[in-house]
Design a protein around this ligand. Structure first.
Ligand SMILES: Cc1cc2nc3c(=O)[nH]c(=O)nc-3n(C[C@H](O)[C@H](O)[C@H](O)COP(=O)(O)OP(=O)(O)OC[C@H]3O[C@@H](n4cnc5c(N)ncnc54)[C@H](O)[C@@H]3O)c2cc1C
Length: 592
């Protein structure tokens, strides 16, 4: 596998040249104080060094060794604890955290790039700080001041970790039917009892303490999702002076043996009357979790991009070096027995598909992160509301489309290696295995698609969708003639998406199955159109700087490939959406 190199040039292009993000920061007082272009560039450069130098070298060994469970204790792969300590001491766990409690206070658009780097370097490793940052978000937004002061500083500092305990053996997608109980105690605390499964980082040896956020039901809770509360349950109790006390009544029953992310501990967690503290009001648990979910779901989408980027870096190096057969148009490397495989049209198709989806994904995830920053920091209520609605609309697309694209790209990266992609030595097969979970956890991609169509598009009567479509139309209307080759197909895509949206709004009125029947293909058509918008924006910048260096030539060529060879996929997606639900219900369950 090629050594990982953080794609800093492309990150700077997206942030500084395409989106000119420092202009947004200057408009948001809370960010203007902490970040400008130079600070951001320095942070990204440093993150690139840490992730490439310290974390990437543990990727393969972490996969081969995996985590081990002995009598309730979990050992992470060799090298993980020391690397985690270095990562935490650099302030990276709290990079996006609240400065009041010791976080670095960086905007999401910066922490998103750091997430991309750490997950490219080593997805299993990246999950530990990501879960901690997610838990911190919920605590900071919904817990009492006392809980925040007691727990956040050590979590941002990385000396304590966090976990999210939602899933139970019988309840994954449908959290409304969880059975974990919380009994109120006279001192205001709760006794939490139940079994959670598949808990990432539920137990490990990286930190002194682990702070679990646990969904549970109070004795008098209403049935379903409206009866769920959220509790902070520490592994070790924390004394009034902040020192660690006795062990809480909880344990890790076992860890899962799984297809990928083997260095990430996936735990069965047993809570046996464990002491917990409520976060937010009773029965507001799911809402409190949702605060963190928009951030976390974007983060999981970025994991798909990360594996795709890592796979591409190895594939491009291999395609330049591996010689096999002659180019169809005649020998290129005449001094060699055969030509490098990068001469072959099909290898170029795979490489460019990877490059265009990765770079489109980097721009799109940065765009969504900027909306998250606007929603959080803008002082203007109208601007904030629009950004919140865009975030709501685009989060399921970012989670599902980036991870579906991630699997496609890692598979192309494996295919470019031929048989060498299937064996361990080159690392491409690990990326395919690691990427696969990103389509499943944090809400399966099927559920993301239902969320997009059912709640965000139809649920808002098309209003959220209109924000995005209007922005694209404003761009295409104002673009000059030199951009026509990008703007015309973008206009075509948005008009197909518009038609699909109008049809769906109409059909859903008479048949509820129409939503689920169309949702995955609709989300993909949405994703390809969103990436087309990103590619048109990137092409505009690249055109204006053409001739400065090869980077812009490469950008323009990749933009042209995207519009010629990838965007047309929306035609077949649109045909599937139009076909509706009828053909899905021709068989009854026994006839399958
Ligand atoms: C490695 C790993 C790490 C994880 N980490 C965590 C963690 O840290 N914390 C945590 O709480 N959980 C975690 N999970 C759990 C994960 O989030 C769930 O597995 C996931 O949400 C799906 O739930 P499920 O497995 O019960 O599948 P189910 O909910 O049983 O779904 C099975 C299938 O049915 C589909 N389906 C279900 N309902 C519908 C519907 N209404 N419409 C259409 N299709 C539907 C699903 O899309 C899926 O394809 C992890 C899982 C794994 C494997």
């Amino acid at each position: 596998m090629a050594d990982y190199k953080a794609p800093l040039r492309d990150m700077r292009f997206v942030l500084n040249e395409v989106f000119e993000v420092s202009k947004l920061w200057a408009e948001l007082p809370a960010l203007a104080e902490v970040v400008d272009e130079d600070t951001a560039n320095a942070i990204l450069e440093e993150a690139g060094k840490v992730t490439a130098g310290i974390i990437a070298p543990l990727n393969r060994s972490g996969d081969e060794e995996g985590c081990t469970w002995t009598n309730g204790a979990v050992k992470t792969p060799d090298g993980f604890p020391a690397a985690y300590k270095t990562y935490a001491e650099g302030g990276w766990v709290g990079v996006g955290g609240d400065p009041v409690f010791g976080g670095m206070g960086m905007p999401k658009v910066i922490s998103a790039q750091v997430e991309e780097m750490v997950n490219s370097a080593n997805l299993s490793f990246g999950l530990y700080p990501m879960l901690t940052a997610g838990a911190c978000l919920s605590i900071n937004a919904h817990a009492s001041e006392e809980l925040k002061e007691k727990y956040l500083p050590n979590m941002y500092a990385g000396t304590w970790a966090g976990s999210m305990c939602l899933t139970e053996p019988h309840a994954g997608t449908d959290l409304g039917i969880i059975r974990t109980k919380a009994e109120p105690q006279a001192d205001g605390s709760y006794k939490v009892s139940g079994t959670k499964i598949f808990i990432t980082g539920g137990e490990h040896d990286l930190t002194e303490n682990i702070i679990h956020l646990v969904l549970a039901k109070l004795p008098d809770a209403p049935a379903g999702p409206k009866g769920i509360s959220l509790f902070l349950v520490p592994k070790f109790m924390v004394n009034a002076d902040g020192s660690l006390g006795e062990a809480n009544s909880l344990s890790c029953g076992s860890i899962e043996h799984k297809m990928g992310i083997k260095g990430s501990a996936t735990c069965v967690m047993n809570f046996d009357g464990a002491t917990g503290y409520i976060i937010d009001a009773p029965n507001r648990g799911l809402a409190a979790m949702f605060t963190m979910m928009n951030y976390e779901r974007l983060g999981v989408g970025i994991q798909g991009l990360s594996t795709g980027e890592r796979s591409y870096q190895s594939a491009i190096e291999y395609a330049r070096e591996r010689i096999q057969s002659r180019a169809p148009t005649g020998p290129v490397a005449t001094d060699k027995a055969a030509d490098p495989i990068i001469v072959h049209p099909d290898v170029r198709r795979m490489l460019l598909t990877m490059k265009s989806l990765n770079e489109g994904g980097r721009a799109f995830s940065s765009y969504v992160a900027m909306q998250l920053d606007t929603a959080k920091f803008s002082e203007d209520p109208t601007t904030r509301k629009r950004a919140e609605e865009l975030v709501a609309l685009l989060t399921p697309v970012a989670k599902a489309f980036l991870t579906d694209a991630g699997l496609e790209t890692t598979i192309h990266g494996q295919q470019i290696f031929g048989g060498h992609g299937f064996i361990r030595e080159w690392g491409q097969e690990q990326l395919v295995r690691d990427c696969r979970i990103t389509q499943i956890y944090e809400g399966t991609n099927g559920i993301q698609a239902l969320d997009l169509v059912g709640r965000k598009v139809i649920g808002s009567g098309g209003a959220f969708y209109k924000h995005f479509a209007d922005e694209i139309k404003a761009f295409t209307d104002s673009a000059d003639a030199s951009l026509a080759e990008f703007v015309e197909p973008l206009k075509g895509a948005i008009s197909i998406l518009e038609q699909m949206t109008a049809d769906l709004l109409e059909r859903a009125k008479s048949n509820p199955n129409e939503i689920g029947a169309a949702s995955v293909e609709y989300l993909h058509a949405f994703g390809y159109t969103a990436y087309a918008y990103m590619w048109a924006l990137m092409a505009r910048t690249a055109l204006s700087k053409q001739g400065e260096d090869d980077f812009y030539v490469s950008k323009l060529g990749t933009a042209r490939f995207y519009f010629a060879r990838v965007l047309p996929r929306i035609h077949s997606l649109s045909a599937s959406v139009k076909a509706g639900s009828e053909s899905l219900y021709l068989l009854d369950a026994e006839q399958f």
